[in-house]
Design a protein around this ligand. Structure first.
Ligand code: ADP
Length: 482
């Protein structure tokens, strides 16, 4: 198949979260299966400097946004056979410090930026060498207008547009803008209805995708069920239920070339479940790097996360206040909500020998933390898939997760299956329930044979891309079947 993936972030070029990892890996995996894959993504500041092999391909886009004309130019990189990444250069839109905003505030013109991007994707779909793709697979709200725009382009010009698939990586981010943004789409008024892109008088990009895509996927089976309920549906559950026969939940895979314990530029001491010495050495180095006492016997808890409401960092702060009376260490790497940043920095000030907080984004350190820690905390309110718990499994760090979304689908608790258990789960979203889970972790740490068994299970759990790719291919086939 010929497949166009459209995403506002793609690892290793641009990243704010799991979306980037997923699209980067999906592109690679589909190409490895023999498909012809194009990834279309914005050319953000700094990419050309870091990837000097980028070349212009001689493709220009001319996008009409309301009454405005915006031009763009395409740059290309070919990371492997069968895979081409097309970067859309548009300096006003994308040559900025951030992807979506700065200083924790969204850019005020995000509707313009991503309507431009979505329209560029539609033009590119018509301009690809060798003809249009079979499937246009768009990701999250930033590209979610594409299915509606493709359909409109078909009606307007008589072109038969490719089939479209929308993946919702996080339903909480919908790209909702005041009604004025509708003019940017140049769609006829009939699209601005309750059954179209309109949402309580506003424009909702993600809803447009949910309504017009041929197939909808989300990133875990449990999250696919959750988002059809009022509690997790973020106001779109009725729309999702209405399209229930077109909705599939597919757990993300892990790029094990990247997240490897034995061949990894970010890890000085390789290890495997048979030879765990490298993990102990990594923990030792990490404790020193973080200014914590380098003690093998003290369990090291960690989290690497966006400091957002979703991630449950509020209940974690409460749980740590109580649990830090015990012999344990904790490290946080993350950034986001200023109040949470302050909360964690205060915690570190009060417990200098037990807590280290690194505010910021640091890819290499995230590898060292996942490899060096004993327990990885993900107490999310909701979690569409979550990649970090799968990375920590591979790195032999026992994940402590709330029973929600992809966390529930990827971790096995002792109470579920004693033989296959590889993590600790709790159910209620409360400080008390999380404190209980951390207490269990401390008991597990003092029970070496059980800890070793769970570590082995964790490190051998397999979330490789081959299964995920197969499931996406089936979704593409269903989209093509009509
Ligand atoms: P989400 O996409 O909701 O942020 P995921 O767990 O799916 O959550 O993916 C998060 C990804 O972003 C992981 O690869 C994680 O390591 C990375 N990440 C998040 N915050 C940071 C940070 N401060 N520094 C380095 N990597 C981070």
């Amino acid at each position: 198949m010929k497949i166009l993936l459209a995403s506002s972030e793609v690892h290793p070029f641009s990243k704010t979260g799991g979306l980037a990892d997923m699209v980067g890996a999906l592109g690679k995996a589909l190409a490895a299966e023999g498909h012809e894959v194009f990834i279309v993504t914005p050319l953000y500041r700094g990419i050309r400097g870091r990837f000097t092999e980028l070349r212009r391909v001689g493709v220009r886009v001319e996008v009409v946004l309301g009454e405005m004309l915006m031009e763009g130019e395409v740059w290309e990189l070919r990371p492997r056979p069968g895979l081409r990444v097309w970067f859309v250069e548009q300096q006003e839109c994308f040559d900025r410090l951030g992807l979506y905003g700065e200083n924790n505030a969204d850019y005020p013109d995000n509707a313009v930026r991503f309507t431009f991007f979505s329209k560029a994707v539609v033009q590119i779909a018509r301009l690809l060498p060798g003809g249009a793709p079979d499937i246009v697979h768009v990701h999250d709200w930033q590209a979610a207008l594409v299915p509606a725009l493709l359909r409109r382009e078909g009606h307007r010009t008589g072109w038969t547009p490719p089939r479209s698939v929308l993946t919702v990586h996080n339903l909480a981010y919908q790209g909702r803008f005041a009604q004025g943004a509708f003019a940017l789409t140049n769609l006829p008024g009939e699209y601005f209805t309750m059954d179209g892109v309109e949402f309580y008088g506003d424009v909702n990009f993600l809803k447009a995708g949910i309504v017009y895509a041929d197939m909808i996927t989300t990133v875990s089976p449990r999250y696919a069920r959750e988002i059809c309920t009022e509690a997790y549906g973020c106001g779109l559950d009725d729309r999702l239920r209405a399209r229930g026969d077109r909705l599939a939940g597919i757990l993300n895979g892990v790029d094990y070339d990247e997240w490897s314990t034995h061949r990894n530029i970010h890890l000085k001491h390789p290890y495997s479940f048979r030879k765990m010495g490298g993990k102990a050495a990594t923990k030792h180095d990490l404790q020193r790097e973080l200014g914590l006492p380098a003690r093998a016997d003290v369990p090291l808890f960690a989290t690497v996360t966006r400091l957002a409401d979703q991630k449950g960092m509020d209940i974690l702060l409460g749980a740590l206040e109580e649990m830090l009376a015990k012999e344990m260490q904790f490290v946080l790497l993350g950034s986001g909500d200023p109040a949470l940043q302050r909360g964690y920095q205060n915690l570190a000030r009060r417990h200098p020998t037990k807590v280290t907080v690194r505010i910021g984004y640091d890819h290499a350190l995230s590898h060292r933390i996942e490899a060096g820690c004993d327990f990885f905390l993900m107490p999310s309110r909701f979690e569409p898939c979550g990649l970090n718990q799968m990375y920590s499994l591979r790195y032999g760090a026992i994940p402590i997760v709330r029973r929600t979304g992809g966390l529930d689908d990827s971790v096995v608790d002792l109470t579920e299956d004693e033989e296959r258990a590889d993590g600790i789960k709790f159910t209620e979203f409360t400080t008390r329930a999380l404190t209980g889970a951390i207490r269990k972790a401390l008991v597990l740490h003092d029970t070496p044979h059980l800890l070793a068994q769970m570590r082995k299970n964790a490190m051998t759990a397999d979330f490789s891309w081959s299964r995920t790719t197969q499931e996406y291919t089936q979704v593409y086939q269903r989209a093509l079947a009509g």
